[in-house]
Design a protein around this ligand. Structure first.
Ligand code: FES
Length: 114
């Protein structure tokens, strides 16, 4: 089944270290702040804002397949977005990714601004 949304160019695969994260904005008007991870050579994408107090997760630390928030050290599971340690309890959004010709793409819906 086709997923709603549009694939957006997000980063060059070579710009992301293995077991690391970069922050990007994607969408027609840059409306999605997305964290792009490379874990074991595979790419994942989540919202870049912590659900606790909106710290930027791309400033955090990747530990195995978890991202640790830089502000209060809450942890999220990168592949699923689930909240795994206090003080975070609300999951972060995840986005589908694909890599073509060394470019990482993220599937997001385009939001309308009036
Ligand atoms: S802002 Fe992320 S754990 Fe508090």
């Amino acid at each position: 089944m086709e997923q709603p949304g549009k694939w957006h160019r997000a980063a060059l695969l070579s710009d992301i270290e293995n077991d690391d994260v970069v922050g990007v904005t994607v969408g027609e008007q840059g409306e999605h702040e997305v964290a792009i991870y490379k874990l074991g050579g595979k790419c994942y994408a989540t919202a870049d804002r912590c659900t606790h107090q909106t710290a930027r997760l791309s400033d955090g630390l990747v530990i195995d397949d978890f991202i640790e928030c830089p502000l209060h050290q809450g942890r999220f599971h990168i592949p699923t977005g689930s909240a795994r340690s206090a003080p975070v309890s609300t999951p972060i959004r995840t986005y589908p990714t694909k890599v073509e010709d060394g470019v990482v793409y993220v599937l997001v819906e385009d939001l309308r601004f009036e």
